[in-house]
Design a protein around this ligand. Structure first.
Ligand code: FAD
Ligand code: NAD
Length: 415
């Protein structure tokens, strides 16, 4: 009997999950034996994590059970943590066993880039996963509780966010929105709370973002109560706060680091040739060293016309997922592989309630229209992974209930 080639997909993030969903949709009976491995039983919608981190939305609204998205007769799901990739042996070591493959798809996402800053790993929190945002939300609340207990004994209500790229910007917008409700709940004056966004570059948002749009974003956030420290970098983080490049020390209750990311270290450890943890891929998204290994999302580096990697984003990861699935099918059907062409549709950054800023193709968008565009982008993604039912559950019937946020639909509670 003909052996069915085995595809193992590592990571159910944007790249890995879309690869799995597309294979599920397009494969014929017994063409490929597909297994998706992920640390959790749910997919998290990373692009929403700044909201539950600040506490303006419930964490459950940013996740979807993987079993609700997969047809297990077509794609098997294994909930496990990947410990090691062995490309020479065509196998992967999981926490509870070893899995071998004919084709591997790596979509294990990113880790925070620390740049060797002392104290960062020990004292800063980062928006990385459902559990990390639960911790951030609880820490914010505990700072309010501590301030109420000991109002004169520390700068509990000074919040420092390191890095004003898209993640830092979206998070400070939500945090600023959350503060009035917390002040009311804990009986604290708004003037007791400070939010600093420290950015090494002269402006918030990435260098390629139009200067007038970056200015718009900063103006909105300043009006919401954010103080920028621009052209200033964090050089050390301690238990009590942050030391800046101008030697100023900001005493702070908590520090959230959004100063950059790198690809998952498992790839480096496996011997893949990486730059900042990202693997350079060929035109079909395969590793240059191991053509049976496809790399998607934040783990991959696809070069633009100027020879620089495109910024990591959900947008590129989703497009890669479509391409990888198509190429796995092309390969098994002995058809030529399809080159990956990134179609950059633009970016919209949320600035908290009712405000956003972005560039879609060549159009600059701000305010309510930008918020609408962001919703449309979200809905399109939900439609790709879960069809209309998921769009209705997550995007249309979603209600925010104050600072707690309300859950949409049912979700099992065991995670
Ligand atoms: P991820 O989506 O991070 O998924 C990786 C998966 O691998 C996860 O499910 C994880 O649990 C799993 N995993 C990791 N390690 C292991 C292991 N050892 N074993 C098993 N499983 C493992 N991009 C946009 O384009 N638009 C946006 O609006 C946007 N907003 C963002 C907002 C925030 C707050 C953040 C932090 C990022 C945002 N991004 C946005 C960037 C985008 O989310 C990432 O580029 C995207 O998630 C990358 O997808 P991925 O598939 O590479 O990895
Ligand atoms: P980033 O690398 O884009 O931004 C990090 C920022 O931190 C930079 O502006 C950098 O100058 C600053 N920084 C670095 N070291 C510093 C220091 N010591 N002190 C002060 N500032 C410092 O990282 P990110 O914002 O986490 O984004 C990661 C990826 O995810 C990016 O590719 C981004 O495009 C994508 N993303 C997209 C969206 C969106 O499309 N709405 C939202 C979030 C993230």
């Amino acid at each position: 009997m003909k052996k069915v080639p085995r595809v193992v997909i590592l990571g159910a993030g944007y790249g890995g999950l879309v690869t799995a969903i597309r294979l599920q949709k397009k494969l014929r009976y017994n063409e490929l034996d597909v297994t998706l491995v992920n640390k959790h039983s749910y997919h998290f919608i990373t692009t929403h994590l700044h909201m539950p981190a600040a506490g303006t939305d419930h964490p459950d609204n940013a996740r979807v059970p993987i079993n609700n998205l997969l047809n297990q007769s077509k794609v098997k799901f294994v909930k496990s943590t990947v410990l090691q990739i062995k490309p020479e042996e065509k196998s992967v070591v999981l926490e509870d066993g070893i899995i071998s493959y004919d084709y591997l798809v790596v979509g294990l996402g990113s880790e925070m880039e620390t740049f060797g800053i002392p104290g960062l790993k020990e004292y800063a929190m980062a928006i990385r996963s459902i559990n990390s945002v639960r911790l951030i939300r609880r820490q914010i609340e505990s700072m309010f509780a501590k301030f109420q207990e000991e109002p004169h004994s520390g700068d509990y209500l000074t919040f420092v966010v390191g890095g004003a790229g898209f993640t830092g910007t979206e998070f400070v917008g939500e945090l600023a929105d959350r503060i009035p409700a917390l002040c009311k709940e804990y009986g604290v004056e708004r003037s007791s709370v400070r939010i600093y966004n420290v950015e090494a570059a002269p402006a918030a948002l990435p260098p390629g973002f139009p200067a007038d749009m970056a200015q718009y974003g900063m103006n909105v956030l300043r009006r919401k109560g954010v103080t920028y420290k621009l052209s200033t970098s964090i050089k050390e983080i301690t238990r009590d706060g942050v030391l800046l490049s101008n030697d100023e020390f900001i005493q702070a209750g908590m520090v959230v680091w959004s100063g950059g990311i790198r690809g998952n270290t498992l790839l480096e450890q496996a011997g893949f040739d990486t730059t900042r943890g990202r693997v350079k891929v060929d035109e079909y998204l395969r590793s240059l060293q191991y053509p049976d290994v496809y790399i998607t999302g934040d783990c991959s580096a696809v070069l633009n016309g100027e020879g620089k990697p495109y910024p990591a984003s959900a947008q590129i990861a989703v497009q890669q997922g479509f391409n990888v699935a198509a190429n796995l099918i092309n390969d098994v059907r002995s058809r030529p592989l399809r080159s990956f062409e990134y179609d950059d549709k633009g970016t919209v950054a949320s600035l908290g309630k009712g405000e956003a800023v972005g560039v879609i193709k060549q159009w600059k968008v701000t305010g309510k229209f930008a918020v609408l565009m962001k919703k449309v982008i979200d809905m399109r993604y939900l439609f790709i992974i879960g069809g209309l039912p998921l769009v209705l559950q997550k995007a249309v019937f979603k209600k925010k209930a104050g600072h707690q946020g309300r859950r949409t639909g049912e979700f099992m509670q065991q995670h």
